[in-house]
Design a protein around this ligand. Structure first.
Ligand code: 26Q
Length: 802
């Protein structure tokens, strides 16, 4: 048994603490307190218990003088923290009892917290899971990112179309962070480079300050806490009094205006929005601040810079912080008198790069002229880096090409390891985008299959299943997830399966209540909950799911007395505001929902539900309630996926393609517990080479043809034949993601799902085997892999109890 490190207060003492914060921190008495006041008081009372373990971890980190991990990421998609901290402290019951004793509803208090949505999707959520695991494993680490004033936009539907409004999480105090006004660094942009006394000098055009805000990240059972340090941009001088006195009021506030825009808003695209100057400035802003910070820490502890790689492991979460290579070289050369070659070698020995995508449009590139204008010194340093790369590897792969700076190539050349995020993806990285670089630097590319934190994605979000697992295999599994395999022995035990199904039913009932209360939507908890939640993207093929739904509707209408398996098709997800096709898909799903849900003939069998504003908290509600997990991307396009792991862990079998981590999930759960369909990555490539593959596939599928004709006819758009003409024509003319080619196989696989679901005992067994067999996808396993293969970093926890 692992013993909790934190001594828990009594419920009475904790209630008293909440009341003390209510009075002294919020200035309220209980009679006048709002839900917000109670939530803040609860959060502050929990926070009081985080500070000691945080200090202790920091002290041990300094004493050990070992390797520290620096995780650089433009995005940290955190979600809520109150429950997370309560759970990790082991205070969950105490917190709930105290709040209840004070006359409040614990669920409502917890739900009052806004999501910290400083990320778009998979990459940002992965960073948050990694921070959780780094703390749970006791690996000294800092997360570095940007403290966006506005996180990911809020999504609304107007007449079924997506509308975006600004997200404003910081309009309320964020209790989990500590401002560090004394920790600031200047960040320079623009200007010119000159050689003075044989030394290269960068005369910057403008400067902003990066100012630190620290959030403790508490691990499981409070045994360790690392720091997430987010940077906010501040003006160097608040106000230019000289200009003001001259009467130039606009010029007087110019420095302030530039600074405030840099950390104002998260870019809402999850593929590259090419060439936006502000985006480049954001990237350099947080990367430079982070490197200055870690160098200052290293030097203040008496380190010699030549030994930097023995103490510092810097992980680049995609190319967004790829400027770290040239920036570290710049700091070593310009501020610490390193020779070029030595600076490049030292920097590379510190840096590693994770690739998250093969989509060509998502590989970052900057126009050279823009780059040279914003970062003139780095432009020259990248020329030096490219020359050094040519000298070792030849000139097959360039960093500068077609008037652009290619950040993937830069990150690769400046990293000692490059990793993909699933077995299939890492192989494709070697074979496609980086094949020449792989040949030039053999062994540099490795795989680290993604993972998820079981503390948030099972223990906290799925209390009914948690209880069953605790009763069945004990309580040591949350930080040793392989132990879930112990459930396998129980899948023939009908009492166990009854409880497994009861847990699922409880989660479905909870979701039904939530949908009713929030959106006034009624769903039948006895129906199959078939869920696809993720960013809206053509390659993720929400459109194929919708087309299958319409085809099923047609079949039910043709045979209303058939033995149909009732289904609720749940969709969730946002489209980038500028992504026209993705927004058309959202509109079509909502339009089809309106028509299909109103059909009295099919109503008892089929319903479409698309709750607006999908976020981390909504995922925590939907995933435990899902019966079926939709992972249907075009093979070769989804680097890994992590939602796929969350569903399987919570007992929802997958219908999916051989893409990303689906492949490894299927290997773990067994082919008989996974609904596979569709072309493989190799077949996709071959099919695209065939002329008219889409028209051929449509012509061969009467079902698909009918559905496309219905959409085109205006059936779902109130007679408007224009609304979906682009979407439908797109499938005929350039179905790049092969929706048409996989449609029939997908439809057939769904009918297998229908049959399997109708046999409820067998289905529950399949669901339980999914939970039992996916322990490997814990992010603790992933982080242990990075620590061993990339960082050479050690845990500072005393040997954990067996
Ligand atoms: C880049 C430049 C300019 C503007 C935006 C961007 C940008 C922002 C976010 C590009 C990409 C992203 C996010 C990518 C992402 O989330 N990728 C996902 O990463 C997951 C974690 O590895 C994988 O599981 C998913 O398969 C992958 O799609």
């Amino acid at each position: 048994m692992t013993t909790p490190r934190i001594s828990a207060p009594s419920v009475e003492a904790f209630s008293a603490a909440i009341l003390r914060h209510l009075k002294l921190s919020l200035g309220k008495d209980p009679e006048h307190a709002s839900l917000y006041d109670w939530r803040m008081s609860l959060a502050l009372s929990l926070r009081d218990h985080v500070v000691e373990p945080w200090f202790e971890s920091t002290r041990k980190t300094y004493e050990a003088r070992g390797k520290r991990v620096y995780y650089l990421s433009m995005e940290f998609l955190i979600g809520r923290l109150v429950e997370d901290v309560a759970v990790n402290l082991g205070f969950e019951d105490i917190a709930e009892e105290a709040i209840t004793a004070l006359g409040q509803n614990y669920g409502d208090v917890v739900a009052n917290e806004p999501d910290a949505a400083l990320g778009n999707g998979g990459l940002g959520r992965l960073a948050a899971c990694f921070m959780d695991s780094l703390s749970t494993l006791g690996i000294p680490a800092y997360g570095y990112g940007i403290r966006y004033e506005h996180g990911l936009f809020e999504q609304h539907f107007e007449e079924g179309a997506q509308i975006e409004t600004a997200e404003t999480w910081l309009s309320q105090a964020h209790v989990w962070e500590f401002e560090r006004p004394e920790v600031t660094y200047p960040i320079h942009f623009g200007g010119h480079v000159a050689v003075e006394d044989g030394k290269t000098v960068w005369h910057a055009g403008e400067t902003v300050m990066a100012s630190a805000y620290d959030t403790p990240v508490l691990g499981w059972q409070g045994r360790w806490a690392n720091t997430l340090r987010l940077w906010a941009a501040k003006p160097t001088t608040n106000f230019d009094l000289e200009s003001f006195n001259r009467g130039d009021y606009i010029a007087a506030s110019a420095p302030e205006a530039l600074a405030r825009t840099i950390s104002r808003v998260l870019y809402p695209d999850d593929t590259t929005d090419v060439g936006k100057e502000l985006r480049l400035k954001q990237e350099y802003f947080f990367t430079s601040a982070s490197l200055q910070d870690l160098l200052r820490r290293f030097l203040s502890e008496g380190g010699a810079l030549k030994d930097l790689p023995d103490h510092v492991a810097i992980q680049l979460n995609d190319t967004h912080p790829a400027i770290a290579g040239p920036e570290l070289v710049r700091l070593l050369m310009d501020e610490h008198q390193f020779e070029v070659a030595q600076a490049i070698t030292t920097a590379r020995a510190c840096l590693a790069y994770t690739n998250h995508t093969l989509l060509p449009e998502a590989l970052e590139r900057w126009p050279e002229d823009l780059f040279a204008r914003v970062l003139p010194r780095h432009y020259r340093i990248i020329q030096l880096i490219e020359a050094a790369h040519f000298a070792t590897a030849g000139e097959t792969v360039r960093i500068f090409e077609h008037g652009e700076v290619k950040m993937g190539e830069l990150a690769f050349v400046m990293a000692h390891h490059v990793n993909g995020v699933s077995a299939l993806h890492s192989e494709l990285v070697k074979e496609t985008v980086f094949s020449d670089l792989n040949a030039a630097y053999p062994g540099r590319i490795i795989n680290q299959t993604n993972g998820i934190t079981p503390r948030r994605w099972l223990y906290t979000c799925n209390r009914p299943l948690r209880g069953l697992i605790n009763d069945t295999i004990g309580t040591a599994w949350p930080d040793n997830l392989d132990q879930l395999s112990g459930l396998t022995a129980h899948v023939e035990d009908s009492a166990f399966l009854d409880r497994f199904q009861a847990a699922k039913d409880a989660n479905k009932a909870r979701l039904a209540d939530w949908l009713k209360a929030r959106d006034g939507v009624s769903v039948d908890p006895a129906a199959m909950f078939d869920v696809q939640i993720k960013r809206i993207h053509e390659y993720k093929r929400q459109l194929m799911n919708l087309l299958e739904t319409v085809a099923l509707w047609n079949d039910i209408r043709a045979n209303p007395n058939g033995a149909w398996t009732p289904r609720v098709k749940l969709f969730g997800g946002k489209a980038a505001p500028g992504y026209v096709v993705a927004k058309e898909i959202i509109h079509l799903i909502n339009d089809a929902a309106r028509v299909i849900n109103a059909d009295p003939v099919t109503r008892e069998f089929l319903q479409i539900v698309y709750p607006e504003n999908y976020n981390v908290s909504m995922a925590e509600m939907l995933i435990p309630a899902a019966d079926l997990s939709e992972q249907i991307s075009t093979a070769g396009k989804e680097a890994s996926g992590t939602g796929n792991m969350k569903f399987a862990l919570n007992g929802a079998p997958t219908i999916g393609t051989l893409d990303g981590a689906n492949v490894e999930i299927r290997d773990c759960v067994g082919a008989e517990n996974f609904f596979l369909f569709g072309l493989t990555a190799a077949e996709v490539t071959a099919r695209r080479a065939e002329p008219d593959y889409a028209r051929t596939a449509i012509a061969a599928s009467p079902r698909l043809s009918e559905v496309l004709d219905q959409i085109r006819s205006g059936l779902f758009s109130g007679g408007d034949r224009d609304r979906y003409v682009n979407l439908v024509n797109g499938l005929y003319d350039h179905d790049y993601f092969l929706v048409t080619c996989d449609f029939d196989a997908y439809f057939a696989a769904q009918r297998q799902v229908d049959t399997a679901f109708a046999d409820s005992r067998t289905w529950t067994r399949m669901a339980a085997l999914n939970t039992a067999r996916v322990g490997w996808f814990s992010s603790d396993r992933t982080i242990s892999g990075y620590a061993k293969d990339i960082w050479q970093a050690q845990s500072l926890l005393e040997q954990r109890d067996a």
